[in-house]
Structure formats: structure tokens, C-alpha cells
Design a binder for this molecule. Structure first.
Ligand code: ATP
Ligand code: MG
Length: 407
């Protein structure tokens, strides 16, 4: 680490914009390391606010709230990418903010994000930007029997901003559906992406310090259901070694080119059944810890949340070591409405945690959300074991108890 960086030592107060589960797990980690924490979130019952030393509940753009946060903290980070850039900019005037507003702005906008990937020489899905009716008309204009749009259909129309967990996305198979889809999304700026045949999905978490030092967690293999992460599996050989190296190199290049400071997750597609079978295509970035990195809490000697604390406090980064093969099961609100194998019922019942915790190597993380709703992320279950096979066997048993479909 360079001599010019003066680290913030335990006893300092670290702040976060956003009070969701990512902020909560960050706060737990920062507190374990001896820091005080402050959370700014409008919700008085936010998961992170409930466990933090300070909880400022104002809007993200409330000048008084931001001033209060700046007054109590020595450094600030964010736990969700849709935090208004103006908030980060106001805080950066008086204290250390990581990641910078400029990097978060790229992650907030799919079109800018894709342009950044192209600049980094990392392959992206074929796509077109639709910001205006004229751009859509151009795409739909038929020349020599085909429209430019046809090369991207069937595709997925995604709003450029504010999407998460598959929200703000529509599948469109024809020109008519594309036309109707853009209207349905409110004619907001969108990106039309070609639907790619996926062999699998994976992601990489990198952490980059202010001095440029970079470390990474191992490549995570991810299973999504209905556009939401369902299962992550991480162990040597979860993806072919050459692909893993390619993903890590690409993730580091993306972070480097943003002069990024903090924890960054880069999500990838691995292509199937095509001329480019096995090729890696970058999907998107998250400027913060990510759901697919949660296994690191129990399977690695340094978790993604500790990496976040270290980067924001200018503490040294050491390369994390995964000590156990791991599976992570997302615990969505749906599980509160069904028992094993049955159809969802309307009554909310607590899942059988006692049965899950009877299985070896299970680590339960619940986010303290009061109300379960379908599709809402309520918690996750990490499973660690001596071998990938043993971890998978326990993960499948836990899934059966909870009513999660096998994988
Ligand atoms: P999150 O923020 O939870 O990661 P999101 O709303 O930003 O999700 P994406 O990551 O763009 O959404 O897409 C969600 C999922 O939909 C992907 O993980 C993938 O399974 C599927 N998907 C998205 N784009 C494509 C594509 N071009 N081809 C095939 N599948 C896709
Ligand atoms: Mg995604």
C-alpha cells in the first residue's frame, strides 16, 4: 500500500447509503472489525438501519440528512446502485466516497455500461439503444425485407435505468412486440438485447483499493429463476479453468478502466449451442457487494463485506482464500407461503429452519424483514462442506425441506 494513504482505523465511523440487506451485512462486518456505522435510508425499519449505531432516516437527496451523515462519518459507501448521483457528489465534497459517483453512474445506466465493456474489449450481447421514438423507428424500418431489429429478435427489452431482479424487462419476439413493449415500459430509455442461448451464468467479485491494488473472489456459478438469482455454487472446477481465468481478467479490466475503488461484481453469460459455444459475454456490473458473493461469508477467509470495509477505510487488501466448497440458496418470500412439495398457500408460515439447521455445514442468514412477499429476498442459506459433492447433497436436502425446486 502506498505511503500517501492514511487508513481509517477501527473506532472511526463508516457510513452507507441504503439500508437493505447488503448494508446490514456490511454493518455487521464493520462492527465486528471495531468500526462504528451509520446508515442513511428513508425507511425507519430498514434492515441495515435496525442494526447500525446511527440511523438517519431521510430521503437520499435530503440535504440535511446528507449533512448529518457527512458530519458523523469519515468515509461513505453505497449498497445499491440506484442511489442518486447527486447524493454521492454532495458527500464527496467533504469526505471519502467509494465507489465514486462517476463509477456508480456507469453501473446505473445499461447503455453506458455496455459502452464501457466495449471500451474494455470485453464481449457484450448484440444490442441497440432505444432512447427516442426516432431510434425505435430506425430499428424497425424495413430495408430489403428485414429490419435492423430482426437481428436482435427474439430479444429482451430492458430499461436502461432502475432495473433489478429482472424488473423493468420484457421479452419481445417480433417487431410488433418490440413496439408494444417499449410503450408498455413507458417509452423510457431502453436497451434491446438479443436473447442469447446460455450454457450457464457466472460472476466475479473484485475489490480495488485507492492505491490500485486488486484482489478477487473465485468465480461464482449462478442459477437464475424468473430473472432472480436462485443458487450460487463455488468450488474448483465449477466452470472450466480457462473460462474462469478469462472472467477474472475481464472483471479486473472493467474495474481498472473505471479507476474503481470498492467492491465490484461483474456478471457474465456463458454461451451454448452456437458458433461461439463456451464464449464469455459480460452482462452487467453492480458497484457493491452482490447476492452471488454471499457464500464468501462462510466459505472464504475474507468476505465480500470485509473487502468493502477494507477498501473504504484504505486498509490493505489481501487475496481472499476459499477454504470450503460452497452453495448458496436464496431464500425468497415465496418460501413463507408453502410447505415442502405443496402449492403456495395464502397463510404465512415460518419455514422449518430447525430441520435445515440439523444438516451439517448450513449457515442461515436472515435479513430481519418483517413481511414476506413473493419474490422478496428474505435471506440466504450458505452450505459449506469438505467436498463439492457433500455440499451439493446437503444443499439439495435443504432445498427439499424448504420447498425450493432441485437444481
Ligand atoms: P439483477 O440486478 O438481479 O442482476 P437485472 O434485473 O439487472 O437483475 P439482468 O441481469 O439483466 O437483470 O437479467 C436477469 C437474468 O435474465 C439474467 O441473469 C439471465 O438469466 C436473463 N437474461 C438477461 N439478459 C439475457 C440475454 N440477453 N439472453 C439470455 N438471458 C438473459
Ligand atoms: Mg443481473
Amino acid at each position: 500500500m502506498s505511503d500517501v494513504l492514511k487508513p481509517l482505523l477501527p473506532g472511526s465511523t463508516l457510513g452507507v447509503l441504503g439500508g437493505g440487506q447488503l448494508g446490514r451485512m456490511w454493518a455487521h462486518t464493520a462492527q465486528r472489525m471495531g468500526f462504528l456505522t451509520a446508515v442513511l435510508d428513508p425507511d425507519a425499519q430498514s434492515p441495515a438501519g435496525l442494526v447500525s449505531h446511527r440511523h438517519i432516516h431521510t430521503d437520499y437527496l435530503n440535504p440535511a440528512g446528507l449533512k448529518q451523515l457527512a458530519a458523523v462519518c469519515q468515509a461513505v459507501t453505497t449498497e445499491f446502485e440506484n442511489v442518486p448521483a447527486g447524493a454521492l457528489a454532495q458527500l464527496a465534497a467533504t469526505l471519502s466516497v467509494s465507489p465514486a459517483a462517476s463509477a456508480v453512474a456507469v453501473a446505473q445506466d445499461r447503455a453506458r455500461e455496455k459502452a464501457h465493456f466495449v471500451n474494455c474489449g470485453v464481449p457484450v450481447a448484440p444490442h441497440a439503444v432505444i432512447d427516442t421514438p426516432a431510434q425505435l423507428a430506425d430499428l424497425l424500418a424495413v430495408t430489403a425485407n428485414a429490419a435492423q431489429a430482426d437481428t436482435l429478435l427474439p430479444g429482451i427489452l430492458k430499461t436502461s435505468r432502475m432495473g433489478y431482479d429482472g424488473k423493468g424487462q420484457l421479452r419481445v419476439a417480433t417487431r410488433d412486440e418490440l413496439n408494444a413493449g417499449w410503450a408498455k415500459l413507458g417509452q423510457v430509455p431502453c436497451v434491446l438485447e438479443k436473447m442469447l442461448p446460455l450454457a450457464s451464468e457466472c460472476s466475479v467479485i473484485v475489490a480495488r483499493g485507492r492505491d490500485g491494488a486488486m484482489v478477487n473472489l473465485p468465480v461464482q456459478r449462478n442459477l437464475h429463476r424468473d430473472g432472480i438469482l436462485a443458487v450460487t455454487e463455488v468450488f474448483a472446477g465449477n466452470v472450466p479453468e480457462a473460462l474462469a481465468q478469462q472472467a477474472i481478467t475481464a472483471a479486473k479490466a472493467v474495474a481498472q478502466a473505471l479507476s474503481y475503488v470498492g467492491v465490484l461484481c461483474v456478471e457474465f453469460f456463458v454461451l451454448a449451442n452456437s458458433a461461439q459455444e463456451g464464449q464469455l459475454v459480460v452482462n452487467e456490473i453492480a458497484p457493491r457487494p452482490h447476492n452471488s458473493g454471499h457464500y464468501s461469508q462462510d466459505a472464504c477467509d475474507v468476505s465480500q463485506f470485509e473487502l468493502q470495509v477494507r477498501t473504504m477505510a484504505d486498509l490493505p487488501l489481501t487475496q481472499p482464500r476459499q477454504h470450503s466448497p460452497a452453495f448458496m440458496l436464496n431464500l425468497l418470500g415465496d418460501l413463507w407461503f408453502k410447505q415442502s412439495g405443496s402449492e403456495p398457500n395464502s397463510l404465512q408460515t415460518e419455514p422449518a429452519w430447525h430441520q435445515v439447521l440439523a444438516l451439517p455445514g448450513t449457515h442461515l442468514h436472515l435479513y430481519g424483514k418483517r413481511e414476506a412477499r413473493m419474490g422478496r429476498k428474505m435471506g440466504h442459506l450458505n452450505i459449506t462442506a469438505a467436498t463439492p459433492e457433500a455440499a451439493r447433497a446437503v444443499a439439495l436436502q435443504a432445498a427439499a425441506i424448504l420447498g425450493i425446486a432441485p437444481f
